[in-house]
Structures are given as structure tokens and as C-alpha cells.
Design a protein around this ligand. Structure first.
Ligand SMILES: [Zn+2]
Length: 271
């Protein structure tokens, strides 16, 4: 990747223990991509496939499907505009007893282990991916436009990482790929002993527990010779020697949010 002034950044933040994911976009880039929110084939396909609300942003201050990415007023950097979405709860527990174990939380067979349906909680739970799809699909559209917008900004910092997400409700519907810039690669390579990964590990745990309603383990992140590897449960992210990275086995938008947050934190540290 060529050395270019920053066009956008992926951002991750928390407020009162709630995780948020978003984009910080240079004003010039935002003006350039806004007209493309309409009559956009990708928007049409995602709207139909996932049953999403209309894509806003041409006239409104919030952007994305249904305006899910909220514009934050008064950012510190006057040339950049920040948009964030709250990471949703996908697995929602109800007060009703689990139908399989009748509320006992134990399997009704002779083995008597933890009930597989409610994971021992005894409560029925519902799964609703719609809000997660709305956020992920908004990222997919906006990132595609930003990655192709070919503008030079007046930013003093560099574009450290470019990312493209993918969104579908099928298997591996939360994939992502991208590229680490030469500047970022060199930083990773020369600072790998000092990089404190605790914030990224904590983020993976918090997002996982928010989405799935379960306490999860944190991601295992490795940085060696400038190459990033993330392993979390049975999915991850791997960088090739040419600095391109790809997700692996990211089955849902939820897994995608965790990888985006990790990349956002690494990028913030390298700034
Ligand atoms: Zn149960």
C-alpha cells in the first residue's frame, strides 16, 4: 500500500461498559461518497437479502442502513467526522423457562450435564441478528466507497489500515479483509516487544459477552515480525507477508466486530 494521508479510521470505544464500533471519516471523503449512497447496487442487494431499512446519509446527519451509525458532534479533530453504533445484544434471554430442561438448566438424560439449549441458564433465549446485520452491512457499503474514493486529504497522519467487510446471513457471513500499510507494518515490527495487547484482549471479551450473553475468553493476539495473527475460539485473522490480511471462519457479524475492534485498537496505538 502506498503512503497516503488518512481518509478513514476504524474506531472502537466503550461508554459505561457498553462497546461501540464506528468510523472516523475525513470530511472531504464523506462529501465525495455521499452522492453514491443512492442508486447503489450493493445497497440494493444488501437491502433485499437482509431485509434492511433504507440507507440514509445523503441528507441526514446519521449514516448507514436506517441511519444506524450516529454522528458524534464536537470531535477533537475538526477535519474528521465520527460515526458510531452500539454493539447489539444478539442473544437475548427471556424470563420464560427453557423448554428443553423445564428451567432446571440440567440435561434431562441420564448424563445430566448442562442443558445444551439454554447453556445451563434454565431460561429460554431468542436470537436476533438483524441489528448486527444492519451495522455490518453499513460498514460494507461505506468501506467499499471509501476504499475506492481516491482522494488526497490534508490529514497529517497516515492511512494505517484499510479494511473491507462482507455481510451475509449465510455461513461465514462476517468475513473481512484488508491491508496493513507500510508505516503500520514497520511500527508493528519495531515495537512488537512493547505493544500492550490488553485493551484489544479486553475488547474481544466484552464484545463477545455483549453479543452472545455469555462470558467468553479473550482473543489470543500475536505480533511477530510485523505480522498480526488473531485467534479467538475457532475463528481468527491472519496477515500474509505482503501485509494483506484475511479473516478465517468468521461465521457472523459478531465475530467481525471483534476483529474490527482489535484492528482499531492496534491502529490507534500505532498513530
Ligand atoms: Zn435448558
Amino acid at each position: 500500500m502506498l503512503i497516503v494521508p488518512c481518509v478513514y479510521e476504524i474506531i472502537y470505544s466503550t461508554k459505561h461498559g457498553i462497546p461501540y464500533i464506528g468510523l472516523k471519516i475525513h470530511e472531504k471523503a464523506l462529501q465525495k461518497i455521499k452522492p453514491c449512497f443512492r442508486d447503489n447496487l450493493l445497497v440494493d442487494i444488501l437491502t433485499k437479502e437482509l431485509g434492511l431499512p433504507a440507507f440514509l446519509g445523503k441528507w441526514s446527519k446519521d449514516i448507514g442502513f436506517g441511519g444506524i451509525l450516529n454522528r458524534i458532534e464536537g470531535g477533537l479533530d475538526k477535519d474528521f467526522i465520527t460515526f458510531v453504533a452500539q454493539i447489539p445484544k444478539v442473544v437475548k434471554r427471556s424470563d420464560d423457562d427453557c423448554e428443553l430442561c423445564m428451567g432446571s438448566g440440567r440435561e434431562q438424560s441420564f448424563i445430566g450435564g448442562e442443558c445444551l439449549s439454554c447453556v445451563g441458564s434454565g431460561k429460554r433465549f431468542g436470537i436476533d441478528w438483524q441489528e448486527a446485520y444492519t451495522i455490518s452491512a453499513s460498514f460494507t457499503v461505506i468501506l467499499k466507497l471509501l476504499n475506492r474514493c481516491q482522494i488526497t486529504t490534508n490529514a497529517t497522519n497516515q492511512q494505517l489500515i484499510t479494511v473491507q467487510t462482507y455481510t451475509s446471513n449465510g455461513n461465514y457471513g462476517g468475513a473481512l479483509s484488508g491491508e496493513v500499510s507500510f508505516v503500520m507494518y514497520n511500527w508493528l515490527k519495531s515495537h512488537e516487544q512493547e505493544i500492550d495487547l490488553s485493551e484489544a484482549c479486553e475488547a474481544s471479551k466484552l464484545i463477545f459477552s455483549t453479543i452472545f450473553g455469555l462470558g467468553g475468553n479473550s482473543a489470543h493476539i500475536l505480533i511477530k515480525k510485523g505480522i498480526i495473527t488473531v485467534m479467538h475460539n475457532d475463528y481468527g485473522l491472519y496477515t500474509e507477508v505482503d501485509c494483506e490480511f484475511h479473516s478465517h471462519d468468521t461465521r457472523t457479524s459478531g465475530h467481525q466486530f471483534i476483529l474490527l475492534a482489535i484492528l482499531a485498537i492496534l491502529q490507534k496505538m500505532a498513530k
